[in-house]
Design a binder for this molecule. Structure first.
Ligand SMILES: [Zn+2]
Length: 510
């Protein structure tokens, strides 16, 4: 035996004051005293004390500078022991705790807590810590559930939801007048009884690639919102995040606007689980909160459209006819009614008895115009490149297939309902099944709505001679083809001129 004493183990003390409610009352000085006492008892040399103030140990996004410094100092070999008051002070992120347990097991780190609940140098202590990690994980999940409940309560009170602001509303729920005007115009043009605008033409009008009276082109909403966010961050002295580029509006964005119950002052709530469900959007209607009498919970904000308009938009969107006939809902006799545009106002022309008209602007004889348009479109379809840019039957799911899938999901809901009535399943199972099926239905409906055009065109674009197929197709299909390929604008008939003048019909390729 020699008389030289072994150099003591180098230890770090980690202290944290948390804002977490259950941790109130334990002053940092008391933590420090107890940790130092424990280090002395173990005959360890305290080389460094790390202190984080008011940092949550649970939230991975919150920065804990002292903790991070301790981690890198440990990796650099500055100490081989850690003393903390309890494991909750050190970390409540299961993964971080696992790392410390591994360090104890594989690299001999000594980790002890002043409250005596863990000593990672023993098997029992490590097992305790692993259980602790599992408990912490469960606690995090419970916390998430609590937050959801708080959000739902917020919505039940009709308070403006958090998250990305919709077009027309500021983050605090106030109406933004010029944006609200755009929203109103979208609803009005989409729901008007005569010649409603399609999602696609509304998107084009917002993008400035098509003139529709009442719609002013505007930057894409996601671009505007990300720019605002960046400005807010700069004002708060934070690093701004990248701004989403501007670009054309998509029909699905317009669809999202038309489906959002918030515009009619209806309060909505999306459960966290649904949000996390692969980014799938639940049916908006399923998100409307209702009171015991089934009436929608009203928001504390101003409505931008009235109930009637909102529900009419839903009916139109739900209407299966729209699926195969996106340019109008009634049977048509004329090729261009509700399709060709007025050269004066840009609105869609109506089918007059012997032609096309827009009140006060133009009256034109029909057959010559239709012949001309048919010839130009046929010529276009004869060019080999006309088809390449378009979807073919191969990459367009058949509408029938989508409809069947929707029917299947509806069947799932009905079966679950029956099982619930028979007390085979619990209410929460019914709810889960219904929500999942509704989410899938919403997804399928969107797909069907947006792709119906593609499948309508499949018989034309999939054949060897599309021009001939076009000429032989039904009126509805021909209309779809024209609408897909071009904008046809009729100018007033030149005065004093006899016969048909091709210059009076403008065909602009999309
Ligand atoms: Zn007009």
């Amino acid at each position: 035996m020699t008389d030289s004493t072994p150099s003591p183990r180098k230890a770090a003390i980690y202290l944290r004051i948390s804002q977490d409610r259950e941790m109130d009352g334990l002053a940092i000085e008391r933590q420090r005293e107890q940790c130092e006492a424990l280090a002395t008892y173990r005959q360890w040399e305290v080389v460094q004390t790390y202190v984080d103030q008011s940092k949550s140990a649970t939230d991975r996004t919150k920065v804990r500078p002292a903790y991070d410094r301790m981690v890198s100092d440990y990796k650099a070999g500055a100490f081989t022991a850690i003393v903390c008051y309890d494991l909750d002070r050190l970390t409540r992120q299961p993964r971080q705790l696992e790392d410390w347990i591994d360090a104890a097991e594989l690299r001999g780190l000594a980790l002890v807590t002043a409250n005596g609940d863990a000593d990672l140098s023993t098997d029992g202590g490590r097992m305790y810590a692993r259980i602790k990690a599992a408990v912490a994980r469960a606690e995090m999940e419970r916390k998430g559930a609590r937050q959801s409940a708080a959000q739902r309560q917020r919505a039940m009170q009709g308070r403006a939801p958090k998250g990305m602001r919709p077009l027309g509303y500021a983050t605090n729920g106030d109406v933004i007048p010029d944006e609200a005007e755009a929203v109103r115009a979208i609803y009005a043009l989409f729901t008007r009884p005569a010649h409603p605008e399609s999602l696609r033409s509304l998107a084009r009008a917002l993008s400035g690639t098509q003139d529709i009276e009442g719609i002013t082109p505007r930057p894409r909403h996601s671009h505007v919102v990300s720019k605002e966010r960046a400005q807010r961050r700069i004002a708060e002295g934070k690093e701004p995040r990248t701004i989403e580029p501007d670009g054309p509006w998509s029909p699905s964005t317009v669809l999202g606007i038309l489906r959002n119950p918030r515009y009619a002052r209806m309060s909505t709530y999306t459960p966290k689980t649904a949000q996390a469900d692969g980014g799938r959007r639940r049916s908006w209607r399923a998100q409307i909160l209702r009171d015991d009498a089934g009436e929608p919970i009203r928001g504390q904000w101003e409505a931008i459209v009235d109930d009637e308009t909102w529900w009419r938009a839903q009916d139109i969107l739900d209407d299966k006819d729209r699926v195969t006939n996106t340019s109008g809902s009634t049977k048509r006799k004329h090729l261009g009614s509700g399709l060709y545009r007025c050269g004066v106002c840009g609105g869609k022309v109506t089918g007059a008895p012997r032609g096309y008209g827009c009140a006060g602007h133009i009256t034109r004889t029909g057959p010559a115009i239709d012949d001309y348009v048919t010839r130009v479109i046929s010529a276009r379809l004869s060019q080999p490149d006309a088809l390449r840019k378009r979807k073919t039957a191969d990459d367009t799911p058949e509408t029938a297939g989508i409809s069947a899938a929707i029917a299947e999901q509806r069947g799932r809901i009905l079966r679950a309902q029956r099982d619930y009535d028979d007390e085979v399943i619990e209410g929460r199972d019914l709810k889960r099944i219904r929500e999942a099926a509704e989410a899938r239905i919403a997804e399928l409906e969107t797909e069907r709505l947006l792709q119906a055009r593609g499948s309508t065109l499949a018989p034309i674009l999939g054949v060897d001679d599309p021009a001939a197929a076009f000429q032989e197709a039904t009126l509805e299909v021909r209309r779809e083809v024209i609408d897909t390929l071009a904008t046809v604008t009729l100018r007033p008939h030149p005065r004093g001129r006899k016969g048909f003048d091709p210059d009076s019909v403008e065909i602009q390729w999309r």
